[in-house]
Design a protein. Structure first.
Length: 115
């Protein structure tokens, strides 16, 4: 699809958006996980370690062809943050703990444990 030159001349600047590839999705996922790590460290003193399989799982499950990377944040909340909250409520992890998030089982399940 193209636009007529008359329309293009009315626009100050053109920005071309390219489809996100797998590398982009993983980078976005890593950035969101880093933000979560920083928030947990600042607010609760929790040192969070997330394994590569968890990053891959969140990136794959959170990417949507139509919505791009937007669902990754919700997937991270649903899969990782909810698992962390459940572990805290159960008393498995506390303020100041070092915590690892891993992926286990088939179907895949995110698990949280102290290290």
């Amino acid at each position: 699809h193209t636009f007529k030159p008359e329309f293009i001349n009315r626009i100050d600047e053109l920005i071309v958006f390219h489809m996100l590839d797998e590398k982009n999705i993983h980078e976005i996922t890593k950035i969101l996980i880093k933000l979560l790590k920083d928030r947990l460290k600042d607010q609760l003193g929790v040192d969070l370690q997330v394994t590569d399989p968890v990053i891959d799982y969140v990136a794959k499950k959170g990417f949507d062809k139509d919505y791009g990377a937007r669902p990754i944040r919700r997937t991270l909340q649903r899969e990782v943050e909810d698992a962390l909250a459940d572990a805290m409520v159960r008393g498995d992890i506390h303020r100041g703990d070092a915590v690892e998030v891993t992926l286990t089982g088939e179907p895949s399940k995110v698990e949280v444990h102290r290290i």
